[in-house]
Design a protein around this ligand. Structure first.
Ligand code: G3P
Length: 228
């Protein structure tokens, strides 16, 4: 299971790539507007600069007419280079644009996926990733992880190469459930990523090791003995 960061905040992205094994960053129009930057294109370029050329950057189209969507996709990739994925919201037009972009060799992430049918259609249109929104389903008394499991089963049954990039997480348990359901990738906001690594028993365990060592050897670490 791979992790990406679902944020457009530059400080969070810097911290994330420095400490966490993330393979990329996903953005959407809401995340970018949250940063209140005057030039969103320059901001997207800054994200690419921070994450380097080898991590994935998923950028959502804002145009809503076919020709303009294709032009926007081309301009995004011209700006951010390889390992860029164009997020296309699923709809009949989205599927058509996905097919056109895929045929031109662009990587597409079909986004705003809330049903199994949408995901399967997106895969057939050529999407490299489908992004089911787990929390938004859970919030309406649906089961996001079950939708992920059904998508995974159909992709597996029919040997479909499209991967699941699950999104919209609010709890650590949702991330674990998606992994168990066969979701290969999860894009997670920075706070939740930190929660994923936190555990009070880990903290007390580490404090116990440090306390025991200090009682016996004071400030002298093992390195001090090794290098004496
Ligand atoms: O990037 C799409 C997805 O992560 C949205 O999440 O938290 O707005 O439901 P959220």
């Amino acid at each position: 299971m791979n992790f990406l960061m679902d944020t457009a905040n530059l400080d969070s992205i810097r911290y994330g790539v420095e400490y966490f094994p993330v393979i990329g960053v996903t953005t959407n129009p809401t995340l970018i507007t949250r940063e209140e930057v005057p030039d969103p294109a320059a901001h997207i370029a800054a994200i690419r600069e921070i994450i380097g050329p080898d991590r994935q950057l998923h950028v959502q189209l804002t145009e809503t007419e076919e020709e303009q969507m294709l032009a926007e996709a081309e301009a995004i990739v011209a700006l951010t280079g390889k390992n860029t994925y164009l997020k296309v919201p699923v709809s009949p037009l989205g599927l058509r644009v996905t097919r056109a972009l895929s045929e031109q060799g662009y990587g597409v992430t079909e986004t705003a996926i809330l049903s199994v049918g949408q995901a399967v259609l997106a895969s057939r249109a050529g999407a490299r990733y489908v992004a089911p929104y787990v929390s938004r389903l859970d919030n309406i008394n649906g089961r996001g992880a079950d939708v992920v499991a059904q998508i995974a089963e159909i992709f597996d049954t029919f040997d479909i190469g499209t991967e699941i990039l699950a999104a919209s997480f609010k709890t650590v348990q949702q991330i674990v459930d998606v992994g168990l359901a066969g979701g290969q990738n999860a894009t997670v906001n920075p706070d939740l990523l930190r929660q994923l690594v936190s555990h009070p028993l880990t903290d007390s365990g580490i404090a116990g090791f440090a306390g025991d060592w200090k009682r016996q050897y004071g400030e002298r670490t093992l390195l001090r003995f090794l290098k004496k």
